[in-house]
Design a protein around this ligand. Sequence first.
Ligand code: TXA
Ligand code: MG
Length: 303
Amino acid sequence: MDEIAAAADVLRNGGLVAFPTETVYGLGADATNAQALHRLYAVKGRPADHPVIVHVARAAQLDDLARDVPEMARVLARACWPGPLTLVVARRPGVVDDAATGGRDTVGVRVPNHPVALALLDAFGGPVAAPSANRFGKVSPTTAAHVRADLDADVEMILDGGPCAVGVESTIVDVTGEEPVILRVGGVSEARLAQLAGAPLARRTDGEIAAPGTLPSHYAPEARVELVTATDLDVRAAALRATGARVVVLDAPTDPEEYARVLYARLREADAQHCDVVLAIVPADDRSIAAAVGDRLRRAAAR
Ligand code: TXA
Ligand code: MG
């Protein structure tokens, strides 16, 4: 039996499979199996009221999971799937288990753009709940080695699909209201969404806890993260080092897509060096994927 078929069997038997997506590695469980979901939450160390994103192989499956799918959801899905967009829609009762949605009447759905993820979802057939394959509150994994380092003995299988091409999580858009609202910035830029929706989308990523996973404590390495501008970097690094602090300066590619791709790996490398402070430059541009890089860095720094 090939690896994908074996992984689909693991899911059918209520087990956990870590798999690559274009954003980050996900930790997958059968989204209709309460027991599998309880195990998923236990392994992640995630509070039970935090909903997880449900992954499917095809956009047409949105109608299996959702009721009253608005036209806006179809427009965004058609343009962005497979891809780094999660749509929060009204949930069709009795399909995805309550444990996957934190008891809410909505569900977050996404079709990932990675051949291994799509092959697994296709072989399994049903919806797969998959948060990022890291322990709760820690840096998301963008390679199979990251997953192994975090979860190895706790999962039945880790599928290796190489490093993730996007590197930050999907953009989450809630389409259950009058207007679509961005709950988490991510792989699909706000500029692209505005173009598709015909107007800029509202953002509700702070303050009101729209997506419970978007807490400030997320995405944090062990070291303290401090944000600087490129201009202040050298002075700040020298000042910290003068106090005896072990400082790692996060190498920040000027290309925002490249920065997103390497961000989590760089944070993990900084941790591996057992430093006290990670100095990171926040990209200025806030319309491209740089917005997601800035968002994750601010959350890491806010820990
Ligand atoms: O790129 C991604 O989205 C990755 C890959 C694996 O697909 N997944 C991911 O999942 O980042 P996770 O569980 O780490 O983050 C899920 C986020 C959380 O902030 C959660 O609160 C939000 O999605 N979410 C899920 N379902 C929701 C819902 N029904 N309403 C509001 N927020 C929801
Ligand atoms: Mg996560």
